[in-house]
Design a protein around this ligand. Structure first.
Ligand code: HEM
Length: 480
């Protein structure tokens, strides 16, 4: 640590809060939600500041100009990921797409994911799954609210929706639903939920070898157990596919690839891909739908405006189709405004510099962890008028630069699932607006504070009242 520090004496590092303690650095200052603490530091120290987590230097960037510099000029140098304990246990020993370091293996995985999972052809192939799952969500709500307003708990419904969509794409079967609900399914949904509690970069054991040895706070043991249980679950899915030779799912495609290139497409690689889809692709989408509905319930006039747009486009005899979502500008503006105020990954995913570089004139040594505070960038008053208010109209006829609104990150390591996420969020939200009348429970506004967890969940799960519109009676009585 001393040698490391003495090398830094002549460097022009970004400013730090003064209160760094010997050995632990600034870790004692951190209290969740982290994006808010970092935002407070940036108000004092400027848009590029540094912290010490033990011996590691962490740089936090909170302006669009600095983010742009990171992901254009320095994109390759900053395309690495730090090796945090979570990547060992939940990222198949740092071989999974989200946690693996930048290089040949990452490029291969990313290419594979782009073609086999996220290409338009693949996304279109699975469109019926998304339509079907959204329709099942509508049916559940319709049964409760076809005669009058009914109180509904939305968080778990949205969570089931996103989980079932990914599971059906990956493995061809649902894990939630009235007939499928069983102990087995519940257990695995709980495992995914638990995995989310291990995210973030402020686990002290990541930065102090001694805490890792004694497994301070028991996190490593917890992750070890979780990784074994998840592995058994994923192995079981692959075995089922081998047994039944299913071809129409993602696992089926990967097993085909395994036949032709067994040395690369090992079971571990396939399990890593499924794990990433479950961890990166479920809660992120469902919390976004929940935030959007929360904001709309607090702004009934905007909800009405969105409903009017929908009615004039779709009419009242059929459900909206996924392909129509991009043609509804006000709905798109609501989605952009939701991503702006409530980004599901407020600090993106941590990056690491693989060589010395500069950001905003400051020296960033090799091995620095970089966090980009997208949440703060999205609320920067230099970019956004009245930044804390929910105002979808601000996007009307406006092109916003990629570094100003970056809920999916930017550059090489940006989210490859953004297209899928936009489709799921757009279809679910559009359908909820089209098919129900919504109101808050009582006069009180929906609480918009963030809870604990890596994907910025709401502190209080969303409940609301809804009443089905006539379109649903037509759709469901026609289907009966
Ligand atoms: C609202 C939904 C989503 C949001 C807000 C979101 C956001 C992000 C962000 C901020 C990153 C990190 C970018 C960076 O490192 O700078 C990321 C990475 C990633 N996301 Fe998403 N994501 C969403 C949905 C999805 C979905 C549906 C999937 C797949 C099913 C997915 C798969 C991934 C993967 C694999 C990475 C890692 C990419 C890499 O390291 O090369 N995401 N996402």
């Amino acid at each position: 640590q001393l040698i490391f520090r003495s090398k830094e004496i002549n460097r022009n590092l970004p400013p730090s809060p003064v209160a760094a303690l010997p050995v632990i650095g600034h870790l004692h200052l951190l209290r969740p939600p982290m994006h808010r603490i970092y935002h407070r530091f940036s108000e004092k120290l400027g848009p590029i500041f540094s912290l010490r987590f033990g011996a590691r230097l962490v740089v936090v960037v909170s302006s669009s100009a600095a983010a742009e510099e990171c992901f254009t000029k320095n994109d390759i140098v900053l395309a690495n990921r730090p090796r945090l304990i979570i990547g060992k246990y939940l990222g198949y020993n740092y071989t999974a797409l989200t946690t693996t370091s930048y290089g040949e293996h990452w490029r291969n995985l990313r290419r594979l994911a782009t073609i086999e999972i996220f290409s338009s052809a693949r996304l279109n192939m699975f469109q019926s799954i998304r339509q079907d799952e959204v329709k099942l969500l509508l049916l559940k709500l319709y049964r409760k609210s076809q005669h009058d307003f009914a109180r509904v708990e939305l968080k778990s419904l949205f969570s089931e929706l996103s989980f079932n969509i990914i599971m059906r794409m990956v493995a061809g079967k649902r894990y939630f639903g009235e007939s499928e609900d069983n102990e087995h399914a519940k257990k695995y949904r709980e495992l995914i939920k638990e995995a989310f509690t291990y995210g973030g970069v402020s686990n002290p054991a990541d930065f102090f070898a001694v805490l890792k040895w004694i497994d301070y706070n028991g996190k490593e043991r917890g992750m070890q157990r979780l990784s074994k249980e998840m592995d058994a679950f994923l192995e079981g899915l692959i075995d089922e596919h081998r047994c039944y030779k299913t071809k129409t799912t993602m696992i089926g495609h990967f097993l085909d690839l395994q036949e032709s290139q067994p040395e690369y497409y090992t079971d571990s690689i396939i399990k890593g891909i499924i794990m990433v889809m479950l961890l990166a692709g479920t809660d992120t989408s469902s919390v976004t739908i929940e935030w959007a509905m929360s904001a709309l319930l607090n702004h009934p006039e905007k909800l009405e405006k969105a409903k009017a747009e929908m009615d004039s486009f779709v009419g009242s005899n059929r459900l909206i189709d996924e392909s129509e979502v991009p043609k509804l500008p006000y709905l798109q503006n609501i989605i952009s405004e939701t991503f702006r105020l409530f980004p599901a990954a407020p600090l993106l995913v941590p990056h690491e510099s693989s060589a010395d570089c500069k950001i905003g004139g400051y020296d960033i040594p090799k091995g620095t962890i970089l966090l980009v505070n997208a949440w703060a960038i999205h609320r920067d008053p230099m970019t956004w008028d009245d930044p804390t208010s929910f105002e979808p109209e601000r996007f009307e006829g406006k092109e916003v630069g990629p570094a100003k609104l970056l809920p999916f990150g930017m550059g090489r390591r940006s989210c490859p699932g953004s297209g899928l996420a936009q489709r799921v969020v757009g279809l679910a939200l559009g359908s909820l607006i089209q098919c129900f009348e919504w109101r808050r429970i009582g006069a009180e506004m929906v609480d918009l504070s963030e809870g604990m967890g890596i994907s910025m969940p709401k502190a209080i799960p969303l409940e609301a009242e809804c009443r089905a519109h006539e379109v649903l009676s037509k759709v469901f009585s026609a289907a009966a």
